[in-house]
Write a new protein. Structure first.
Length: 158
């Protein structure tokens, strides 16, 4: 590898498209919330949870890009795919359950507050994603990387 670290980072399209997939997915959250509820809130742009999963979009773009660049039979793709599987499992499984626990705890606190003077603490309930939100993130991230690698990059960068 030649050039400075910064020059190498600048041309790492897999890195930048993966970051773009996560950022764009996060940007879409207020709009998908509006489509499902009729209420538009910019605050959803900075929250965890919601459609599409930005974590799933990022790691899916990463795995797709690594597979397209070095082959789906490469050890590098295996590392990216396993990392993606762990992140996706966490988004739909563990973090989702943590959100369910926060919901129950918030209800318990609300019931206690109705009859007892106790300081209110509200836990964030939307920590994880539904399977639909994760699938949306996976399709969004992988699709963005495929679009970049097969259409945009060949057209504009030869």
């Amino acid at each position: 590898m030649s050039g400075s670290i910064f020059a190498q980072l600048a041309v790492n399209d897999i890195l930048w498209v993966s970051i773009a997939a996560s950022s764009l997915a996060q940007f879409l959250k207020p709009f998908t919330y509006w489509l499902s509820t009729g209420e538009f809130e910019w605050g959803h742009i900075a929250e965890t949870g919601g459609m599409p999963s930005s974590h799933s979009a990022m790691v899916s773009a990463l795995a797709a890009g690594v597979g397209m660049e070095w082959g789906f039979d490469s050890p590098t793709f295996a590392i990216a795919a396993i990392l993606a599987a762990i992140v996706i499992y966490d988004a739909a499984g563990i973090r989702r359950q943590a959100g369910a626990h926060a919901y129950v705890i918030n209800r318990i606190i609300a019931e206690l507050l109705s009859g007892h003077p106790i300081q209110e603490t509200h836990l964030q309930e939307v920590l994880g994603h539904s399977r639909k939100e994760v699938a949306g993130g996976v399709l969004f991230g992988a699709g963005l990387m495929v679009l970049w690698k097969l259409i945009v990059q060949p057209l504009f960068l030869g």
